[in-house]
Write a protein that binds this ligand. Structure first.
Ligand code: ING
Length: 321
């Protein structure tokens, strides 16, 4: 019996400052119902799916920033989404800004994704590890990318869970650009990785990359899927949001690296694919049989170094590095 799960990529178009959470939850429920009507059992929503992408602005006042955060999930404004999903028997993943206070009374702010099973039970939450952009106001930029100022990196790293008939992992936006993300999840048995993103097409530090935004988006997710024998679902908050063009091109990618479904608009749009989790074995048990072919004894540089270090003399071999 194949382990097939019907998955929907539920792309969101722009969310403006004036859109309330209630407005957005209404759109999320409409997308959920559409996906359900097309047979989806799992619906993947974007990163930071409840508000506009607020790290594009510099705020002096912490209270202004915290207005974009959720102090509980579900909370009063998101409960209708959880209720409708449970009523329909559909699971979902949802990205949001999490403000939480730990047992020592310290406040933490994370870029978080929650995964909810078809029975309404919470499977897990993932807190984004790779925070792109910058920490302080950089007025030279046409818009800011202040995730490093507004969020902390997730302290728990990457993890997988048994859900939806398989092994599921989560990652968020910039995480998808780092091969380590997929490899760690692959080593933890992931057969499916869910990734929401908010990706401005303009990249101020190197505008030559703008024209390649769509190419790079597919490149990194397809490579991650293929090299680890897993399904990848990448879902955008897309369109012209607060004057910034966000990449759409939400897509569902098979363990072969092939795109099996892709959005064609930059608005609210659902695409659905039947994902056979047993296809993962075609790669995990052959080309990418990790236990047979990987050589971790030669990979220690990956965890012992953060930055790159070229040879000081002729070769890094001489320095025993
Ligand atoms: N966004 C972007 C991403 O990694 C970025 C950051 C923007 C990278 C533009 C490159 C170009 O897709 C988030 N939210 O990580």
């Amino acid at each position: 019996m194949t382990r097939t799960i019907s998955i929907a990529a539920a792309q969101l178009g722009p969310i403006e400052l004036e859109h309330s959470r209630a407005d957005v939850v209404e759109r999320l429920i409409a997308l959920l119902r559409d996906a359900h009507s097309r047979g989806a059992e799992l619906v993947v929503f974007p990163e930071l799916a409840l508000t506009t992408f607020f790290p594009r602005w510099w705020f002096e006042d912490q209270a202004e920033i915290d207005a974009f955060f959720e102090t509980s999930m579900p909370g009063p404004e998101t409960q209708p989404l959880f209720d409708e999903a449970k009523r329909l028997g559909v699971g979902f993943s949802l990205g949001y800004a999490e403000l939480s206070v730990d047992s020592a009374g310290t406040t933490h702010r994370y870029n978080t994704t929650i995964l909810v099973e078809r029975d309404g039970s919470i499977v897990d939450t993932y807190r984004k590890v790779h925070l792109p952009g910058h920490e302080e106001h950089e007025p030279w930029r046409p818009f800011q990318h202040l995730e490093r100022g507004y969020f902390e990196p997730g302290p728990e790293g990457f993890h997988t869970n048994r859900a939806f008939g398989g092994v599921v992992g989560m990652a968020t936006c910039n995480d998808r650009r780092w091969s380590e993300t997929y490899r760690v999840l692959g080593l933890k048995g992931a057969e499916l990785v869910l990734i929401g993103y908010n990706t401005p097409i303009h990249y101020a530090p190197d505008p030559s990359q703008d024209a390649l935004a769509g190419f790079h988006n597919n490149l990194v997710m397809a490579a991650g899927a293929y090299q680890n024998g897993l399904w990848v679902v990448g879902v955008a908050k897309a369109g012209f949001e607060a004057g910034v063009e966000l990449l759409a091109e939400s897509q569902i990618i098979a363990p072969s690296g092939e795109v099996v479904a892709k959005t064609v608009t930059n608005g609210d749009e659902v695409v659905v694919a039947e994902c056979d989790l047993d296809l993962c074995a075609n790669y995990k048990e052959t080309l990418f049989d990790f236990d047979r072919y990987r050589m971790p004894q030669h990979y220690e540089t990956i965890t012992s170094q953060r930055g790159a270090a070229a040879p000081i003399g002729r070769s890094t071999k001489e320095q025993g590095r």
